[in-house]
Design a binder for this molecule. Structure first.
Ligand SMILES: [Zn+2]
Length: 436
């Protein structure tokens, strides 16, 4: 079953390659280029000025994955794939999906994103209905940086100072992480491949993992946090589903990376933040962390406000004290997912500054030597919860519920009104549209 699906994926990809055919004159000549050579990029042609204008640091040829690994090694190992590579100020991205046909309901979003991208890359046609793999890769570079910028906003971290990576810092409150990328030594890495087989192959080779679903991984000896995913899960073949899934996983990785990934922070705020950032991108597709990574098909429900109200009505909304008892993502059921999303929503909407300060506080648990430690984190969480947010857990439960019951109350139905009728029962000329 698995190998059959993998073969199907590869076949689809092969069909995609013909759509970004290499110019005929270069075929068979001595300068025969690999299909992911930046000079073949339909967006930038590898043009240094455009890349600089677009904030692209490199188009191929950079470290990726475990120590000693780089884009060339990944290319060689995953030889059946055509991985387009891009390095941005904060990310290293490998993207190996085929072309994408924009759906009618997606046109507006693509138009806006491509218009923005065109500022640096004039060849782009924003109203194009078919997005080739090069353009998709450039779009994901832009999207990852947008997600990063949103995280900076949520964590109020745009002015934060981080270590220059030299490893010298003075103990006691002056810790600034281990490197410049929110505190990590290396940029955040993203690999998106078309099929499960390639994803498993990558993880096995790079991390010794045999994991079929999306996996986030900390390459400790490099100081890089990576996410690998494939499009044969959930709704990841749809662009909106994939975009949201990237946001979901980057939220986890950026929060882990903040002030350096030295220990794990409580499940509720991790998953709540990830849901919140994914649902800002697209509330229709939702990712869920399961026992062994993120699976994307736990529920098709998109109106989580209504689900939270249902939990209140049934008196089944999890309490903060219960959420703090969660040991791993696998223990989360749907009510916990809806609730953690809503709690982060509540904090972002009503106390954005305090929420940001609380995110930081959770990442600043130090031992007597000033070294980050996960020891006594539940106590630290409770203390900072009161100190920064101003609530005990029970007070928070009440405040959140009071807010959510008002904020999520369904408004008057929209679009259900009867069409205005002219005397005589005829609809207005032109069907009621705004005529000139
Ligand atoms: Zn390019």
């Amino acid at each position: 079953m698995r190998s059959k699906r993998a073969i199907l994926g590869v076949a689809l990809w092969a069909a995609g390659v013909s759509l970004v055919a290499v110019p005929a004159h270069s075929a068979g000549q001595k300068d025969k280029k690999k299909p992911n050579d930046p000079e073949l990029c339909t967006v930038c042609g590898g043009d240094a000025e455009q890349l600089k204008a677009g904030g692209i640091v490199a188009h191929i040829g950079f470290p990726f994955g475990k120590k000693g690994s780089d884009t060339a090694k990944v290319d060689t190992h995953l030889a059946t794939l055509d991985i387009k590579w891009l390095e941005t100020p904060h990310f290293r991205i490998g993207f190996a999906l085929g072309p994408y046909k924009v759906k009618l309901e997606e046109k507006k979003k693509f138009l806006a994103e491509l218009t923005k991208l065109k500022e640096a890359f004039p060849k782009i046609q924003p109203d194009s209905g078919l997005i080739d793999p090069w353009l998709r890769t450039h779009m994901y570079a832009q999207r990852c940086e947008e997600i990063y910028a949103r995280f900076l906003e949520l964590a109020d971290a745009s002015g934060a100072q981080f270590s220059d990576g030299s490893g010298t810092w003075v103990a006691g409150g002056s810790y600034q992480g281990e490197g410049p990328f929110l505190g990590m030594k290396e940029k955040y890495e993203v690999l998106i491949v078309p099929n499960e087989a390639a994803h498993v192959d990558f993880l096995l080779d790079q991390a010794g993992l045999r994991i079929r679903n999306t996996q986030r991984w900390h390459f400790v000896d490099r100081g890089a946090i990576t996410v690998s995913m494939h499009a044969q899960q959930g709704n990841l073949r749809s662009d909106a589903g994939l975009h949201g899934h990237v946001a979901f996983n980057l939220a986890h990785n950026l929060f882990d990376g903040l002030n350096h990934y030295s220990y794990d922070t409580p499940i509720w705020i991790h998953e709540g933040l990830a849901h919140f950032m994914e649902r800002e991108v697209d509330p229709k597709n939702n990712s869920f962390d399961g026992g062994e990574g993120a699976v994307a098909d736990m529920t098709k429900k998109s109106n989580w406000k209504a689900e939270v109200i249902k939990l209140f009505t049934a008196n089944e909304a999890p309490r903060m004290a219960e959420l703090m008892a969660l040991k791993n993502f696998g223990e989360m059921k749907l009510p916990q997912h809806f609730t953690t999303w809503s709690m982060v929503d509540f904090l972002v909407q009503t106390k954005p500054k305090e929420f940001a300060a609380f995110l930081w506080a959770l990442k600043r648990n130090y031992d007597a030597q000033g070294i980050p430690t996960g020891l006594n984190l539940p106590d630290w969480h409770r203390t900072k919860f009161k100190e920064v947010l101003g609530w005990s857990y029970a007070e928070f439960d009440t405040a959140w519920r009071e807010w959510a019951e008002k904020a999520y109350k369904p408004g008057p139905p929209k679009g259900g009104e009867a069409m205005p009728q002219l005397p005589g029962g005829l609809p207005p000329p032109g069907g009621g549209g705004g005529g000139a």
